[in-house]
Design a protein around this ligand. Sequence first.
Ligand SMILES: NC(=O)c1ccc[n+]([C@@H]2O[C@H](COP(=O)([O-])OP(=O)(O)OC[C@H]3O[C@@H](n4cnc5c(N)ncnc54)[C@H](O)[C@@H]3O)[C@@H](O)[C@H]2O)c1
Length: 270
Amino acid sequence: MSHNLLKGKKGIIFGALDHNSIAWKTAERVHEEGGTFVLSNAPVAMRMGEIDKLAKKTGSKVIAADATSIEDLEHLISESIKILGGKLDFVLHSIGMSINVRKGRHYTDQKYDWTQKGTDVSAMSFHKVMQTLYKADAMNEWGSIVALTYMAAQRVFPDYNDMADNKAFLESIARSFGYFFGKDKKVRVNTISQSPTPTTAGSGVKGFDGFITYAERMSPLGNATALDCANYTVTLFSDLTKRVTLQNLYNDGGFSNMGVSDSVMDSITE
Ligand SMILES: NC(=O)c1ccc[n+]([C@@H]2O[C@H](COP(=O)([O-])OP(=O)(O)OC[C@H]3O[C@@H](n4cnc5c(N)ncnc54)[C@H](O)[C@@H]3O)[C@@H](O)[C@H]2O)c1
């Protein structure tokens, strides 16, 4: 189902690791809507080779970049402009990683060099991407930049660990940089706060199965899928949302405004 919402628009999509990735679904949907883009991921993620399948399917080039490296980002952005034949209209930051989560280190017992690495990859990288775009004047007016986040930035989800703090930082960067990008370049910056989604990053969170079932039962519309997130991102990249900026937008089936649901009450009282 295409509405040509992104016809003529050009961009960069970070973070497609495999077909479960939110960025993968987004790349497929952006392609269907007429957008063209460069795919990027960390050099280590390239080794899996999966991204080449997506590149072939969407007629895209792939450029490796560690999103924590300014040098890599400068190269990615200047090459992308050359490949796509002009400045960018959209950028998706779909990047997250916590070594403390991965290695099962408790929130109250973090290894701080792991914490720092996770913060750099999951949050600071968003600032680095935007600063590099801003300095290179790489975005067209009325362009759109989106990053993905989770509600643990606002509420306590104990097993989300240091990623909760990283997401709070990420959302703050979206607002702070979004101000300058809006005022100086007429570019909008938003975060989408997505339901738990079965991907490599998502499934790494301890107790993920319980987590996703709980959210499903709490949400009047059920959990938003990766495809739902891709569709929402397409609207944010399109000209239909030109003055939506500095927002954290929930794509979560209503979860974020729930107190309790019948389904969850029934399972507690039975
Ligand atoms: N899956 C969920 O439940 C969920 C919910 C809300 C938000 N999110 C967010 O969505 C985004 C995408 O995650 P996903 O769930 O699709 O999982 P994913 O594992 O498919 O994607 C994470 C991506 O980050 C990339 N990455 C890691 N380190 C990097 C680096 N140094 N440079 C460049 N890229 C790097 C990985 O290679 C991978 O492609 C993340 O920000 C995640 O926190 C996920």
